[in-house]
Design a protein around this ligand. Structure first.
Ligand SMILES: Cc1cc2nc3c(=O)[nH]c(=O)nc-3n(C[C@H](O)[C@H](O)[C@H](O)COP(=O)(O)O)c2cc1C
Length: 387
């Protein structure tokens, strides 16, 4: 058993164990990948204020996110094709999250279906929706999520059309992978992954295959997106979908203060400041840089969460101290999953929790809710560098 002390360790192991096609799918941003890189590097511009001689006993990182009690302000972000990173990946990640006391969000584009994940977990998970053109499909998938016990809908707003990731096109990304010579040569070295996949039936888009009509290639994410996703999604349709769901909704993918104000008006339980992990509009500012302007724009009108670039508990602490009520990890949990299955996701959560808790203590705080702007050192021009 390797000694894992950081998310980087999991990342290295993941790179060795996952097929290249799925590693590249995770480890890419769109076009030049500038926003993907900035999401991570901008966190390091913010520093923490060290405090000494304060009682550090009796600490807690517990709080709530959109009304859900959480052991720390971190949820698992929706990640498509998670079940290709490791056999039964969504079920394993959902179980790890459940045991840790943080929410798991199931992507529309998952391999394990909504029903499958529900069958293997006890705590309600959150369901992420991509808005498709087919209204029957939309109603049906919302009904399925409700029937499976999902108590929160995470509605993604920043992917009506797909940002281009060069490697996915070059690798011919598909689920399951098509057996070309380069793929077979790569898979020959990924025996753990192969054994896992041989032992499961879950190898297709479980929420879609058999449920949606009119898609030419059922294994291609690119075909699904181009043919099914609704490019006409606007605020009116957002509100209509929220009515259809008739429950708690979190709006994901807001990066602009004016959009955030619109989102707050919908009555959503929370918004997620996000640029899809740098996978959509390359050149957009990082999520952590846009967090403060968005918090200023919405005030107390809506709970604000963020994701993008979180690779440590210190990143979580910085976002929370700035004012985010919760954060989400995408790649950080995928690294764990691809490296070591459920145990790897648990390890990722443990690493982040330890870093969060220790850093909070060294900042002189005992409760996560007490972290605030005072605990941070932010460069004067951090948010105001762009007109
Ligand atoms: C491989 C991958 C697949 C993703 N799939 C989805 C998805 O299906 N739905 C969605 O709303 N966001 C998706 N996202 C975006 C994540 O939910 C999240 O916004 C992003 O990963 C956060 O950045 P981070 O990976 O740096 O933590 C995906 C991200 C990655 C890396």
């Amino acid at each position: 058993m390797p000694v894992i002390t950081s998310i980087d360790d999991l990342h290295r192991l993941y790179a060795r164990r996952a097929p290249k096609m799925f590693y590249d799918y995770t480890e890419s941003g769109s076009w030049t990948e500038q926003t993907f890189r900035d999401n991570i590097s901008d966190f390091s511009e913010i520093r923490l204020r060290q405090k000494v001689a304060v009682d550090m006993s009796g600490r807690s990182t517990a709080t709530t996110m959109a009304g859900r009690e959480v052991s720390m302000p971190v949820a698992l972000a929706p990640v498509g094709l998670t079940g290709m990173q490791h056999a039964d990946g969504e079920i394993k990640a959902a179980r790890a999250a459940e045991k840790f006391g943080v929410p798991f969000t199931l992507s529309t584009m998952s391999i394990c279906s909504i029903e499958d994940v529900a069958e293997h977990t006890d705590t309600p998970f959150w369901f992420q929706l991509y808005v498709m053109k087919d209204e029957d499909f939309l109603r049906d998938i919302l009904r399925r999520a409700r029937d499976a016990g999902c108590d929160t809908l995470v509605l993604t707003l920043d992917l009506q059309i797909l940002g281009q990731r060069h490697k996915d096109l070059k690798n011919g990304l598909s689920a399951p992978p098509k057996l070309t010579i380069p793929t077979m040569l790569d898979l020959a070295t990924k025996w753990r992954w192969g054994l896992g996949m041989l032992g499961t039936k879950r190898r297709k888009f479980g929420n879609i295959v058999g449920h949606a009509k009119g898609v030419s290639d059922t294994s291609s994410l690119m075909s699904w997106t181009a043919e099914q996703f609704d490019p006409q999604l606007d605020w009116k349709k957002v509100e209509r979908i929220m009515d259809m769901w008739d429950g708690k909704v979190i709006l994901k993918g807001v990066l602009d203060p004016e959009d955030a104000k619109m989102a707050a008006k919908t009555g959503a339980a929370a918004i997620i400041v996000s640029n899809h992990g740098g996978r959509q509009l390359d050149g957009a500012l990082s999520s952590i840089r846009m967090l403060q302007p968005i918090l200023d724009a919405v005030g107390d009108d809506v709970e604000v969460h963020m994701d993008g670039g979180i690779r440590s508990g210190q990143d979580v602490l910085k976002a929370v101290a700035m004012g985010a009520r919760g954060t989400y990890i995408g790649r950080a949990f995928v690294y764990g999953l691809g490296a070591m299955g459920e145990a790897g996701v648990t390890r990722a959560l443990e690493v982040i929790h330890k870093e969060l808790d220790t850093s909070m203590a060294l900042c002189g705080e005992r409760q996560i809710a007490d972290m605030g702007r005072d605990n941070l050192l932010i460069p004067h021009d951090f948010t105001g560098r762009w007109a």
